[in-house]
Design a protein around this ligand. Structure first.
Ligand code: ADP
Ligand code: ADP
Length: 228
C-alpha cells in the first residue's frame, strides 16, 4: 500500500540544508497498525505528513496505492487524498464556529457527496460514537475526548482506507486516551490501515508494529504482539 524508497526531506536556509528525514526506506501493507515513535524533532510528523500526501519528499520515491506520488499532478494528489486518507490531529482541528454535525459534513461537501448520502453517513457515525444528542453542540461545549471522537468521526465519514493520526491522545486524560485507542483498534480490525505518531508505549501496544525514528532515520522496526 505504502512504499518509501530512500526518502529524504530537507529545508533550505540560504546555503544550508537541514535534513529532517534521511534514507527512509520501508513498506507498510494494507491492514497494518503502525506506531511511529522517537524523540521530539526526530521527523515523525514530517514522515506522517509525507505518507498522508500533505508534504513532499525532496528526494527518493514514494509509492501510494501503486501511484508514484511525486510524479502526480497536485490535482491528482488531492484526489488521492480525498478518496483514501483520513487525518486525525492532536489538537482536533475542528472548526469552532460549526456544530458537531456541520464539522462532520465539511469533508463531504468538499468531496461533493450528495445530500441524502451525507445525511446517512453522518447519522451512522453519530450513532456509532453515541453522539446523536451532541450533534448541535459546538466543539467548545465538548470535553477533549468528545472533541477527538468528532475528529475521528470526521476522518471516517470520508470512508478512508487509511487513517493517519499525529499524537491523537496527546491532549487527553488516560481514560479518554484508552477509549480513542480502542476505537483505532476496532477500526483496524475492520480493515482500515492505521499509522499514528505517539510518545506513549501504551498507545503503541495497540498496534502491530513500531517504527522508531531518530535524527531523521528509522533506527528500529519492531513487530509487536498487539494487545486485545
Ligand atoms: P517530530 O514530529 O519528530 O517532533 P517534526 O517532523 O515535527 O519532528 O520536525 C522535525 C524537525 O524539522 C524539527 O526540528 C522541526 O523544527 C523541523 N521542521 C519542521 N518543519 C519545518 C519547516 N517548515 N522548516 C524548517 N524546519 C522544520
Ligand atoms: P508538532 O505538534 O507536531 O510538534 P509543531 O508545533 O512542531 O508540530 O509544528 C507545527 C507546524 O510548524 C508544522 O506544520 C511544522 O511543519 C511547522 N514547523 C515546525 N518547526 C518549524 C520550523 N523550525 N520552521 C518552520 N516551520 C516549522
Amino acid at each position: 500500500m505504502i512504499s518509501l524508497q530512500d526518502i529524504e526531506r530537507y529545508y533550505q536556509n540560504g546555503f544550508t540544508k537541514t535534513y529532517i528525514l534521511r534514507h527512509v526506506t520501508t513498506e507498510i501493507k494494507e491492514g497494518e497498525f503502525v506506531s511511529i515513535m522517537g524523540p521530539s524533532g526526530a521527523g515523525k510528523s514530517t514522515l506522517l505528513n509525507i505518507i498522508g500526501l500533505l508534504d513532499q519528499p525532496t528526494s527518493g520515491e514514494y509509492t501510494f496505492l501503486d501511484q508514484p506520488v511525486q510524479r502526480l499532478s497536485e490535482k491528482k494528489r488531492s484526489e488521492l487524498y480525498k478518496a483514501y486518507i483520513g487525518f486525525v490531529f492532536q489538537a482536533y482541528h475542528l472548526i469552532d464556529e460549526l456544530t458537531v454535525y456541520e464539522n462532520l459534513e465539511t469533508p463531504l461537501l468538499y468531496k461533493n457527496v450528495p445530500s441524502s448520502e451525507r445525511k446517512s453517513r453522518i447519522a451512522d457515525i453519530l450513532d456509532r460514537f453515541n453522539m446523536v444528542a451532541k450533534k448541535d453542540l459546538f466543539p467548545n461545549q465538548l470535553s477533549g475526548g468528545q472533541q477527538q471522537l468528532v475528529g475521528i468521526a470526521r476522518a471516517l465519514v470520508g470512508q478512508p482506507k487509511i487513517i493517519l493520526a499525529d499524537e491523537p491522545t496527546g491532549n487527553l486524560q488516560s481514560a479518554q486516551a484508552e477509549e480513542i485507542m480502542q476505537i483505532f483498534k476496532q477500526l483496524n480490525q475492520e480493515g482500515i490501515t492505521i499509522i499514528q505518531v505517539t510518545h506513549s508505549e501504551k498507545n503503541a501496544a495497540y498496534g502491530n508494529r513500531i517504527l522508531h525514528l531518530n535524527d531523521g532515520k528509522i533506527v528500529e522496526d519492531l513487530r509487536v504482539e498487539s494487545i486485545a
